[in-house]
Design a protein around this ligand. Structure first.
Ligand code: DC
Length: 230
């Protein structure tokens, strides 16, 4: 069977990563979570005190970009990849609310995007990959054989994210999470460079009222069809 590139884009907290991971496992493909890469750069900026009162010290971050190394390593315990920042596994730390609050501001910096897009293109050179993000079908792999665009209502996405954070023991209220989801939608969709848009040839899936299983089955079938016809 031929290997293809599967691009999964969409709004934050639509469950892209969950379905992308499952799909990669079922197809024995590589999985890359590009949001984790933007989060790792944000963590780097936070640790260097370059984000204060919501403002990013853009020049300091750009100057230090060459010293940021981001890679993925196989995690034997759950069979997926963890993201590493300069050799340190930061998979857990990048999911904290503090990183979520600022990641959109970092992700809109042109130089950050150029660096990460270049790494993402290299990771997909051999195909056989499922990559999720915001601009995978539009910018990173405009020729991806299968493009999915996932969305759901902001309220439903915030509720899912709230449940996840609560389970991890974060002290958080629903309104705060909803605001963060809306804020990220706004920045992601309106930024100048590679805004979140549905590629013309992407298949839209609104999962507001779909179970994870239904959604997975639908995407898996689309992938199998596409692999057979490629
Ligand atoms: O998928 P996520 O929520 O972990 O993504 C974190 C942020 O990174 C999100 O606000 C948008 C940004 N992002 C992006 O701009 N481009 C990507 N390909 C992936 C994520």
């Amino acid at each position: 069977m031929k290997s293809i590139v599967i691009a999964i884009d969409g709004h934050s907290s639509t469950g892209k990563s969950t379905v992308a991971k499952k799909l990669a496992k079922a197809l024995e493909y590589k999985y890359v979570d590009t949001g984790a890469m933007y989060r790792a750069v944000t963590l780097f900026a936070l640790r260097n005190q370059w984000i204060k009162a919501g403002e990013v010290k853009v020049n300091s971050l750009i100057n230090q970009l060459p010293s940021i190394k981001i890679n993925f390593e196989y995690n034997g315990s759950d069979g997926t990849n963890d993201v590493f920042l300069n050799g340190e596994n930061v998979e857990t730390e990048i999911r904290a609310m503090q990183v979520s609050e600022h990641v959109s501001s970092v992700a809109k910096i042109d130089e950050v995007r150029q660096k990460l897009v270049q790494i993402q293109k290299q990771l997909g050179e051999e195909k056989g990959i499922v990559m999720d993000g915001r601009d995978i079908g539009s910018v990173v792999f405009p020729k991806a054989e299968l493009k999915i665009f996932m969305t759901a209502s902001a309220d439903i996405r915030a509720q899912r994210r709230y449940n996840e954070l609560k389970e991890k023991g974060e002290d958080i209220n629903f309104e705060e999470v909803l605001k963060n989801v809306q804020h990220r939608d706004n920045i992601d969709s309106n930024r100048k460079n590679s805004p979140l848009i549905q590629a013309d040839d992407a298949i839209k899936i609104d999962n507001s009222h779909m179970s994870q299983e239904e959604q997975f089955e639908k995407i898996l079938n689309l992938a199998i069809e596409r692999i057979k016809s490629t």
